[in-house]
Ligand binder design. Structure first.
Ligand SMILES: [Zn+2]
Length: 397
């Protein structure tokens, strides 16, 4: 086999999947954030090992793609946010983990449901629908799939609303009717505003809607610019400066008895445009042998095998990617807790026969299957600290 030849040539040995960092499920991951907040507001049944100081009024501002490491590396672009780092002794100002994989659909579902990926069942950017045998895009919800069959649990927002907390989301108008919003972020009222400044102003206003309130607001474009131009770009740095001003604008308008939490869904890495950093499945006969479907995204792949090929596929992916990825069988990934301590039966079959989480700054792209995604510079999805660690910053009044 070629892999043996590669090792004769002095190539590095495959990484053991057990050496991959596992998200801090139950102790400081995105799935713990809303349960911790709403437990402090008296919403019943919110059990988590992660505690936050109670606040009657709580606002979560989620910045798409703002990793902890990148934020810390840019104090000049983000002076306000950096001033909130590690200023508090109760677990804020420090990083939490996003969950696995570190991607928007998975993370927003973890935030909104308070459940781990293995339970809410959005296991990546794309994942296999076992009932159709097709890949489903979890962010764009294509092809359309019954949302409540896919994610049957109530959101924390719905539970907070039922408990009498004045609950709302303030986001861009087009998110109101998306399936992802319905199954992850709905509950209470939705307020669509086109401009991010208006969203900040309205989020602060809505905090006063009740004695106890829960407000969620979101900003997308730091991630979008990171994907298109890379984090080492003026466009990305300009976006970070803008996010810093937005956060300060919101913080300065908080009503009394409020806590503002600023966090993110994942970080990002820039993937060099070199053949060494970009493994192209559509050009590599070894990686594509026995491959039925390629899920996930460049930094984290669900690899679905044709019947009978899973074992060979695992061996080849491990040896081809070598020290560029943690490659696990589905059973190994489950046993290691990558998707959380428990995984629902309905979710298991959505996971790859092989799961490949990239290290360093390389990616498994697919220039024919995914021409647009394969051209991106910034990518995310894996278990590295650059992708997994997200800030949990706090402002209290
Ligand atoms: Zn993204």
């Amino acid at each position: 086999m070629s892999a043996h030849l590669a090792q004769y040539a002095g190539e590095p040995a495959p990484l053991e999947p057990g050496t991959a960092p596992v998200p801090r499920y139950g102790q400081g991951s995105l799935a713990d954030l809303l349960p911790a907040i709403t437990a402090g507001q008296g919403v019943p049944g919110m059990d988590t090992g992660f505690a936050l100081e109670p606040a009657d009024r709580a606002c979560v501002f989620l910045v798409d793609g703002m990793g902890w490491e990148a934020l810390r590396a840019h104090p000049q672009e983000a002076p306000f946010l950096n001033s909130l780092l590690a200023t508090s002794s109760n677990g804020t100002g420090l990083p939490i983990t996003s969950g696995f994989p570190s991607t928007t659909a998975t993370s927003l579902a973890s935030v909104g449901t308070g459940l781990t990926p293995g339970v809410h069942g959005l296991p990546g950017y794309t994942a296999l629908d076992p009932h159709t045998g097709q890949l489903m895009n979890q962010l764009r919800w294509r092809p359309w799939t019954d949302p409540h069959a896919w994610q049957p649990y109530p959101t924390v927002f719905q539970r907070a609303d039922a408990a009498g907390i004045a609950t709302c989301q303030v986001s861009a108008p087009h998110f109101e009717q998306t399936p992802l919003t319905k199954i992850a972020l709905s509950g209470g009222t939705f307020h669509g505003r086109l401009s991010a400044e208006e969203r900040m102003d309205l989020a602060a206003e809505r905090l006063s809607a009740g004695d106890r309130s829960l407000v969620y607001t979101y900003y997308a474009e730091l991630d979008g610019n990171g994907h298109r131009y890379g984090m080492d770009s003026d466009a990305w740095r300009g976006q970070l400066m803008y996010v810093d001003r937005l956060a300060q604008r919101l913080a300065e308008q908080l009503p009394p008895r409020s806590a503002l939490y600023i966090t993110a869904d994942h970080g990002m890495v820039d993937v060099p445009d070199t053949p060494e950093a970009r493994f192209d499945v559509d050009e590599d006969w070894e990686l594509s042998a026995g491959l039925a479907q390629l899920g996930g995204e460049g930094r984290m792949r669900h690899v679905y095998a044709v019947p009978g090929a899973a074992s060979d596929l695992y061996t080849v992916w491990r040896e081809v990617l070598a020290d560029q990825a943690w490659v696990a069988t589905r059973e190994e990934a489950l046993a290691l807790g990558w998707f959380g301590p428990t995984v629902d039966d309905r979710v298991r079959a959505r996971l790859g026969d092989v799961v490949a989480a990239m290290t360093g700054n390389s990616a498994v792209i697919a220039t024919e299957r995914e021409p647009n995604e394969s051209a991106l510079i910034g990518m995310h999805g894996s278990a590295t600290s650059a992708e997994q660690l997200v800030p949990l910053l706090e402002v209290r009044t």
